[in-house]
Design a protein around this ligand. Structure first.
Ligand SMILES: Cc1cc2nc3c(=O)[nH]c(=O)nc-3n(C[C@H](O)[C@H](O)[C@H](O)COP(=O)(O)O)c2cc1C
Length: 309
């Protein structure tokens, strides 16, 4: 088990506020980093590379030398990839979270200034490919996660990857409390990767109605469907119904462009149809991010004391 040197001793509780399309912006990243966890956001949350660079400047000015991260979609159809990567190198972004492709050129570019790359995977096959590309960490995105979740149990994917991967392991999928974070650590993760829990904070860019639906929802209100972006993702059933989408419709052909180069239509879909993981079951309020991190730290310590008095 290993944390990169740049994160060692830098987080109050081993938590990443995961990057979320249209949900994570500077306010959430700054709030998370100042509170002592790793705040992150997708580069594509800004419509242009120049806007992305402006957000980085805003975040750096506010967080000082605290680590933060950016999510980069690595795929030939992402026409911003080269320009966004140049901005990442120029700003020396401490942590780069890659999705879809794990490319050794991207890893080399980030390593050139001392940054680290974590790559998200849902299968052992993709974990092996990412390790070959030289990534520093693997994010195991498992069943019940918000966004484009995997379908494997966290126990199963961890059992396959932990024995051979010597880098950092992050675990994502329906984790909402400090006790969940400790459970992830007990299973072999170095860091817990929480998305949906951070949607329901005051600083997220989610609408009030979206946050309220997360608070009201139970795990059974979350539907895993390819209906919105052609690859399966978890959404709140009520928001699918309101948009007139049948979650049980037969899947059409996969078109990754919905993810790598989201059009106005895709953005509208994700604005109106709300993604959330099964972790909604443990979310009952919309606190400021600092209060949430205080709580995660207290719950983490209490769970540890309960198990190891
Ligand atoms: C609304 C929403 C949008 C997301 N957008 C992205 C994204 O743009 N890039 C990405 O790598 N992951 C994205 N994810 C996935 C998260 O980064 C993370 O893997 C997931 O939220 C973890 O599971 P949890 O929500 O159950 O905590 C998104 C998740 C949600 C809920």
């Amino acid at each position: 088990m290993a944390l990169p040197a740049s994160l060692e001793g830098r987080l109050r509780v081993p938590v990443v506020a995961a990057p979320m399309f249209l949900v994570s912006g500077p306010e959430l990243v700054i709030g998370a980093c100042r509170a002592g966890v790793l705040g992150t956001f997708p580069a594509l949350n800004q419509r242009t590379t120049a806007g992305f660079a402006d957000w980085l400047t805003q975040i750096e000015d506010a967080v000082g030398d605290r680590p933060y991260g950016v999510n980069l979609i690595v795929h030939r159809t992402n026409t911003r990839l080269t320009a966004d990567l140049e901005v990442i190198v120029r700003h020396r972004v401490p942590v780069v979270i890659t999705s879809l492709g794990a490319a050794s050129e991207v890893v080399a570019a980030v390593h050139s200034y001392g940054g680290v790359v974590f790559h998200d995977v849902t299968t052992q096959h993709h974990a092996r490919k990412a390790a070959e590309a030289g990534v520093d960490g693997l994010i195991l995105v498992t069943a019940g996660a918000g966004g484009h979740a995997g379908s494997l149990s966290p126990f199963a994917l961890m059992a396959e990857v932990r024995p051979w991967f010597e880098g950092t392991i992050l675990l994502g999928g329906a984790l909402s409390s400090g006790a969940d974070v400790l459970a992830a650590r007990a299973m072999g993760a170095d860091l817990a990767y929480l998305g949906t829990r951070f949607v329901a904070t005051r600083e997220s860019m989610a609408s009030d109605a979206y946050r309220e639906q997360i608070v009201a929802a139970g795990a059974g209100d979350v539907v895993y469907t390819p209906s919105v972006s052609t690859i399966p993702a978890n959404f709140l059933r009520r928001s699918l119904e309101l948009a007139g989408i049948d979650p049980d419709a037969a899947p059409g052909p996969v078109d990754l462009a919905h993810v790598t180069q989201p059009s106005e239509g895709d953005a509208k879909a994700w604005r109106d149809i709300w993604s959330a993981g099964q972790g909604v079951a443990g979310i009952t309020d919309v606190p400021p991010v600092a209060e949430l991190v205080d709580r995660l730290e207290a719950e983490y310590a209490a769970a540890r004391d309960r198990l190891c008095p």
